[in-house]
Design a protein around this ligand. Structure first.
Ligand SMILES: Nc1ncnc2c1ncn2[C@@H]1O[C@H](COP(=O)(O)OP(=O)(O)OP(=O)(O)O)[C@@H](O)[C@H]1O
Length: 301
């Protein structure tokens, strides 16, 4: 049984079907990612999990509770960092942490949390004066202050510079290592690939794929790409005849591009060695989650 169970979830705004039969389970202790294009229904889905929106069909359970009916129970065990969160500009970090801590029956020690999130030297700083990265760290602290079993993070690193984004990833890994289940909505492939144990790809209100990052990458047609400039004329039909090769193309500048699997690298280089040809400017690239995403959402067409 998953700590979050979403079954055939449906949510309609007027005549717009935002979520159209979404189902997934999140296991306790994993980082589960929800990935998809703008308007795919990601935020609506997690808002139903948080109890902020009432589903029009299907069901949601968090640790067995219905978030729409058992708001109090779900509020106690779920912490949320909302997309585009804001606080009063004049509230200080200390005041915000104490205020939120007061809302929970068994809160975490806010001083320990501030220390863990690198906010101790900012306790007296007003919200409006924090940098983007510091605000995000504060939102993570506020999402964790109730000692939740599940934390929902929606587009947490949008707007952060690369350094602050990486620091935030480390924080999320620390949160996961402390045993908290993380439901993460993101637009960033690198973020999803690094952090998520499993990912649900959502498009037009439906789950189009659900797998580990490696599993999703394995589904893309692209596989491994080997490209090089042969040191002498090369009959490319010989490459196309190798067992693991999916395609061979010749590009400007005499560059040959071969698509295949991991085994293709060895097969191509062995063939070239037999022919006495050197692979100049050799590049080997593996498919990424980015390729898988474009492939699976049809955006690479
Ligand atoms: N309160 C609302 N009233 C009407 N339509 C809405 C409302 N909230 C969302 N929608 C619409 O529902 C669809 C799904 O929106 P949602 O915010 O869940 O998508 P998303 O995948 O989170 O998008 P993004 O990545 O842009 O945040 C969109 O077409 C959106 O315009």
């Amino acid at each position: 049984m998953g700590i979050i169970e979403v079954r055939d979830l449906r949510k309609v705004y007027g005549d717009k079907v935002a979520v159209d039969g979404v189902s997934f389970d999140v296991e306790e202790g994993e980082v589960f990612g929800i990935l998809g294009p703008n308007g795919a229904g990601k935020t609506t889905t997690v808002e139903c999990v948080e109890g902020l929106r009432r589903p029009d069909g299907g069901s949601v359970r968090v640790a067995g509770y219905d978030p729409a009916a058992d708001r109090d129970a779900v509020t106690r065990l779920l912490g949320a960092q909302l997309q585009e969160s804001e606080l009063q500009p004049k509230i200080t970090v200390r005041e915000a942490l104490r205020l939120y801590a007061a809302c929970y029956p068994d809160p975490a020690d806010w001083r320990v949390l501030a220390e863990r999130l690198g906010l101790t030297d900012r306790l007296g700083t007003r919200f409006a004066k924090l940098s983007g990265g510091q605000k995000q760290r504060l939102f993570i602290a506020l999402a964790l202050i109730g000692n939740p079993r599940v934390v929902v993070l929606d587009e947490l690193t949008t707007g952060l510079d690369p350094r602050a984004r990486r620091d935030t990833w480390q924080l999320i890994e620390d949160v996961r290592d402390s045993g908290v289940t993380v439901l993460l909505v993101t637009h960033f492939m690198e973020e999803a690939q690094r952090l998520c144990d499993r990912i649900a790809l959502i498009d037009k209100g439906r789950v189009t794929a659900l797998d580990t990052p490696a599993g999703l990458i394995g589904r893309t047609a692209r596989g491994t790409e080997i490209s090089f400039v042969p040191s002498a004329p090369l009959e490319t039909a010989l490459l196309a005849g190798l067992p693991s090769v999916a395609s061979v193309a010749e590009r400007d500048g005499g560059r040959v591009v071969v698509h295949g699997t991991d085994d293709t690298v060895h097969a191509v280089l062995s063939l070239l060695a037999r022919l006495g040809i050197t692979a100049l400017h050799l590049r080997v690239t593996e498919a990424t989650l980015d390729d898988a995403y474009l492939n699976l959402t049809g955006l690479d067409a």
